[in-house]
Design a protein around this ligand. Structure first.
Ligand code: NVA
Length: 228
C-alpha cells in the first residue's frame, strides 16, 4: 500500500514523538503528515536543524552573543548550509557561505533566507572565495564534501572541492579566538586539516554533546505545547 503513511500511523500509536533520519526530505514531510505525534527532523538531505540547535548552543557557551555571531560556512551548499541559512536569517546574525561553483545552496532555501533576513536584519552573503567568507568570522564551520547518498560522486567531489579545506592558513583570517565547529563525522585532510581539527577538538566535542541537550530541549518544548 502506502508504506510511509502506514508506518507513520503504526509507529505513532507506540510513542510520544518520532525523530527520523531520512535520505529524502519528502519522506519526513510525509511522515509528519500522517503521524499523530510530533516528528523531529533528525537529518534529511535538505536540512539538519537538530545539529544547528547544538551548534548555536555551543557558540553561546563559548561566550558569543547571538547578535554578535559572524559565521562562515565553507564547503558544500548542503543540508548543513541550508540549516545555517535558516538559523542566521531567523535570528538575525551574519552568515557567509563559500562554495565551489555548482555547489551553491538550493535557490529555494536561499530565497527563503533572504526573505527572513529582511525581517531579522541578518546579513547573508554567498561567495566562491573562502578567504572572503572566513575573514573576520568568529564562528567557522564546514561539513563533509560527500554527504549521505553521494558516495558514487566521491572522486569528482574531491576534485571540485580542492581549495576549500579549512586549514591553519584560512583560520588565521578569522577573528581572534574564533571557534571552529563541525557536525561530524569529519574527514581530516579533506574539508578540515588535522591541525584545525585538533586545535578546536574541545569545541567540536562540546558541539557533539550539545546535540543531546538541545534535543532534550526540543522534547520539553513539544511536551509543553501539548500539555500547556
Ligand atoms: N551533510 C552530512 C551531515 C552529516 C551529519 C550528511 O548529510 O551526510
Amino acid at each position: 500500500g502506502e508504506p510511509i503513511k502506514d508506518t507513520a500511523r503504526v509507529i505513532s500509536r507506540m510513542c510520544d514523538l518520532i525523530m527520523a533520519r531520512v535520505n529524502r526530505h519528502e519522506t519526513l514531510e510525509e511522515l509528519a503528515k500522517f503521524s499523530h505525534v510530533p516528528v523531529i527532523n533528525g537529518l534529511s538531505d535538505k536540512f539538519h536543524p537538530a545539529q544547528l540547535m547544538a551548534d548555536l548552543m555551543t557558540a553561546v557557551e563559548c561566550g558569543l552573543k547571538i547578535d554578535e555571531i559572524k559565521a562562515a560556512f565553507v564547503g558544500d551548499g548542503n543540508n548543513m548550509a541550508h540549516s545555517w541559512l535558516m538559523l542566521a536569517s531567523k535570528l538575525g546574525f551574519e552568515l557567509r557561505i563559500a562554495t565551489p561553483k555548482g555547489y551553491e545552496p538550493d535557490a529555494d532555501v536561499v530565497n527563503l533566507a533572504m526573505k527572513n533576513a529582511q525581517i531579522s536584519g541578518a546579513k547573508i552573503y554567498l561567495t566562491q572565495d573562502v578567504k572572503e567568507a572566513v575573514s573576520g568570522a568568529n564562528v567557522v564551520t564546514t561539513d563533509t564534501w560527500v554527504s549521505m547518498g553521494q558516495e558514487a560522486e566521491k572522486e569528482k567531489r574531491l576534485r571540485d572541492f580542492a581549495g576549500f579545506c579549512v586549514d591553519e592558513n584560512l583560520m588565521k583570517l578569522a577573528a581572534p579566538r574564533a571557534i571552529f565547529l563541525h557536525c561530524l563525522p569529519a574527514y581530516r585532510g579533506y574539508e578540515v586539516s588535522e591541525g584545525v581539527f585538533e586545535a578546536h577538538a574541545d569545541e567540536i566535542f562540546a558541539e557533539a554533546e550539545n546535540r543531546l541537550h538541545a534535543q532534550k530541549g526540543v522534547m520539553v518544548w513539544l511536551d509543553r505545547q501539548r500539555n500547556g
